[in-house]
Design a protein around this ligand. Structure first.
Ligand code: ADQ
Length: 462
């Protein structure tokens, strides 16, 4: 087996039990099982003239190699091109894109830095797996430095249709950079289809019947590799008794109250304001639900330097206050809004103790929370997943109640349906969903991507 070298903007802290962020969670599960090297930014900004050598640290079977960035890199590459341009663009939010040439320059400069650092740790037989929108030009940078190893790329977020992509300057360069990889992986068939459309319409390339992109001189494997979770480990956590959650659950049982749960990074793509509005609408449309259900929304702060994230935080705080002001009683608070991160074992217990998992992003690459919620349920009395049709997870998790996150009434009606669903139907849906998340788990994600990267195998040729 070749040594696997993973590269992502940040590396996860493998020693911590608290981890908010799908890439960190998904990759940590996969790398722990296979071992290898994980390279990324250490999260620090320093002043330096000469690029420092990567800092090497060994944790179990994983060697982490990290580099610092400068303040200018942070502003132009991370806050700028990655999160003011690519993140909104790839989530279909053209209204939030703030393009500047300096951002693009910073993006190219940092990708070159990553390539320099990586070159110093690479061995001839390595396979390299690069992750996410921060590092699209990295394969081209590595090739310029003589790197011969196979290089794969996985995009954790959606890939938009050509008409949206074309709104950003240098979109052709961006896609051509993607095609420098040997394998380009997406979460869903929709995302893969969007790349195919671009490549056919703008670059005039042919897509072969097995999905390979024919560039004339070489072929690129474009594939759909839905990311999954380590199901057994999550089930194990959910089954562990958590005293505080159990006490809280008993209290609710005595009062005859159910809980709807939402857990997200606090991001404008996650559809949080309309989720809260849908919960309020439930209380309006079905007054009998009042005092018998509460929404717990846990939201981890992220990217707090960006205006759009400050705005969404303010909007949510105002909305939860408004809903509570309107409906609360002296002994019932309809919305509990928690601005923070919860350890994974407590999260698993909270999912298990909640009758509805409410996952309503406006657009999401996959959404691991949907899979975690299902993994945490007890088969004898499972809860119901209400899932946005714009989450990548909806392509596969068809037995969830699928909703339109832009339609508050639709979400409210489905919430009511979830809260009143008979046990037999809940069990049927849970069984089917559990099979799906087991089939597409983190091990499957890793092995199918590796088969494509190491052996050129795709689903069509396997
Ligand atoms: P994210 O946008 O971060 O991931 P998601 O897939 O839901 O979204 O993963 C979030 C992870 O962080 C989950 O494991 C969740 O449990 C955890 N988490 C979130 N909020 C938390 C909180 N408040 N407390 C504790 N834990 C919390 C990106 C893409 C997704 C894609 C993943 C993986 O945006 O579409 O599914 O990468 O590829």
């Amino acid at each position: 087996m070749n040594r696997l070298v993973v590269v992502s903007n940040r590396v996860a802290d493998l020693k911590r039990s608290t981890q908010a962020g799908g890439l960190a969670v998904g990759l940590a599960d996969s790398l722990r099982s296979r071992g290898g090297v994980w390279m990324g930014w250490d999260g620090q900004t320093l002043k330096y003239e000469e690029e420092p050598e990567p800092r090497i640290q060994r944790i179990g079977d994983v060697t982490q190699a990290t580099i610092p960035l400068t303040e200018q890199d942070y502003v132009e590459y991370y806050l700028g091109f990655a999160n003011r341009v690519l993140w909104p663009l790839f989530h279909y939010r053209l209204d939030l894109v703030e393009y500047k040439t300096a951002f693009l320059e910073g993006y190219r400069r940092v990708n070159a830095k990553f390539a320099n650092a990586l070159t110093s740790v690479l061995q001839p037989d390595d396979v390299i797996w690069i992750h996410d929108y921060h590092l699209i030009p990295l394969a081209a940078e590595l090739r310029q430095r003589g790197c011969q190893q196979r290089i794969g790329f996985f995009l954790h977020i959606p890939f938009p249709p050509p008409e949206i992509l074309a709104a950003v300057p240098r979109h052709r360069w961006l896609v051509e950079s993607l095609l420098e990889f040997d394998v380009v992986g997406f979460q869903t068939n929709t995302d893969l289809g969007n790349l195919h459309h671009y490549v056919e319409d703008h670059l005039g390339c042919e897509i072969k019947s097995d999905g390979r992109i024919d560039l004339g001189t070489r072929e690129v494997i474009g594939g759909c590799f839905p990311i999954g979770i380590d199901v057994d480990s999550f089930v194990g956590m959910a089954e562990q008794p958590n005293e505080e959650v159990q006490i809280e659950m008993k209290r609710r049982e005595i009062l005859g109250r159910r809980q709807v749960i939402g857990v997200d990074r606090l991001d404008y793509t996650k559809g949080l304001p309309d989720r809260l509005r849908a919960f309020a609408r439930l209380l309006e449309l079905y007054p009998e639900m009042r005092k018998s259900v509460a929404l717990m929304q846990i939201a981890t702060p992220t990217r707090e330097e960006l205006e759009a994230y400050i705005d969404i935080r303010k909007e949510l705080e105002a909305l939860s206050g408004e809903i509570n002001g309107r409906f609360a009683d002296f002994n019932w608070t309809p919305v509990r809004y928690i601005h923070g991160t919860v350890p994974r074992d407590a999260l698993a217990a909270l999912f298990r103790a909640s009758q509805v998992g409410f996952v309503t992003p406006l657009r999401d690459g996959m959404n691991l929370v949907a899979k975690e919620y299902v993994a945490a349920q007890a088969m004898d009395d499972p809860g119901v997943l209400v899932l946005s049709k714009f989450a990548g997870a909806a392509e596969d998790m068809r037995e969830a109640l699928i909703v339109n996150p832009y339609d508050v009434d639709d979400m409210a009606r489905n919430l009511c349906r979830a809260l009143t669903m008979p046990l037999a139907e809940r069990q049927d849906r849970q069984k089917a969903l559990m099979e799906r998340i087991r089939e597409h788990d983190s091990a499957y994600w890793l092995s199918t991507f590796m088969a494509a990267l190491e052996d050129g195998k795709t689903k069509e040729t396997a």
